[in-house]
Design a protein around this ligand. Structure first.
Ligand code: AMP
Length: 114
């Protein structure tokens, strides 16, 4: 797949406010936060979108969600709650085609989403 801004962040070609890293996942603060806490969880092995994910990606997708949940717990965000979002393709509002999980917290979320 084509390189993206997130690939550049993973390779440290451009800076980001990194808050978590392990072997498979990098997490950094969103440049344009939509909540008091807005962190992006990105797999180091790029998948363009959820629509492109394959059965062989199941473990990586699980790790991504569990990393977001663990971070929320460690940061004391889990009791009040938070939202995780994966935007997919045009109608989903995806703008960076390197799959990522948004973790939004620190305020009450609304439903339905915009
Ligand atoms: P999406 O629209 O779901 O593809 O989300 C892409 C997100 O990446 C948006 O919320 C952007 O604000 C965020 N973003 C774009 N470039 C950067 C960057 N260089 N560092 C951090 N976040 C970024």
């Amino acid at each position: 797949m084509a390189d993206t801004i997130f690939g550049k962040i993973i390779r440290r070609d451009i800076p980001a406010d990194i808050v978590y890293e392990d072997e498979d996942v990098l997490a950094f603060r969103d440049l344009n936060p939509q909540a008091p806490v807005h962190v992006l969880f990105v797999p180091k092995r790029a998948i363009a979108s959820l629509d492109e994910a394959q059965p062989g990606d199941a473990e990586l997708l699980g790790k991504l969600l569990l990393a977001a949940a663990a971070y929320a717990r460690e940061q004391g965000l889990a009791k009040d709650g938070y939202r995780t979002v994966i935007n997919c393709n045009e109608h989903g509002g995806q703008t960076v085609f390197h799959l990522h999980v948004h973790l939004l917290a620190g305020r009450r979320m609304h439903w339905p989403p915009g």
